[in-house]
Design a protein around this ligand. Sequence first.
Ligand code: ZN
Length: 182
Amino acid sequence: MLKSLLLSSILLVSQSTKSDRTVDNFYNEGNFSNAFSPYAISPNFRELKHKLEGYGFVVNIAIPPDYQLTPQRQDFQRRRVRKPYGLLNASNKSIWINPIVFELGISQPVLIHETIHAAQFCQGKGNLQVLELDIEPIKQAQPFFKRYVNTYSQQIEREAYVVQTQTNSYELAVSLLDKYCQ
Ligand SMILES: [Zn+2]
């Protein structure tokens, strides 16, 4: 269970918007729960998604486009999944949730992770900035952010993994989103 919470979620700080449109709304949300039954979108997921959209983020349930991903250490890159489970593109406030997370049963922690990046985006007014939360990451979460090469990415990811692995992660993510994006 814990392992499933510790996801490889890739952050992208800025990139061109050109490739976004090519896979935008690849899956129609209306048909989505049928298409991926029995892994329907949970009420919590739907609520958080709508909340993000209320703050101007575009949430795509689709395979993330081929961005140039944040540099990671070699040993992690070898093990990395082909496509990230979630991604936030700060250049156009777009979030991508890979449909495979519904099959894997990890859609909520992935969306929570990206929600923290969204709060960081609001805090930095367009550039992701750490929220400086007073919460320590669980030990098992460390490899997931330490794999990032530069310190800035490590800090940004650390915070997302810290929240994602809390027992009250959903409530925490919602309150942080409200706090920084309102
Ligand atoms: Zn991340």
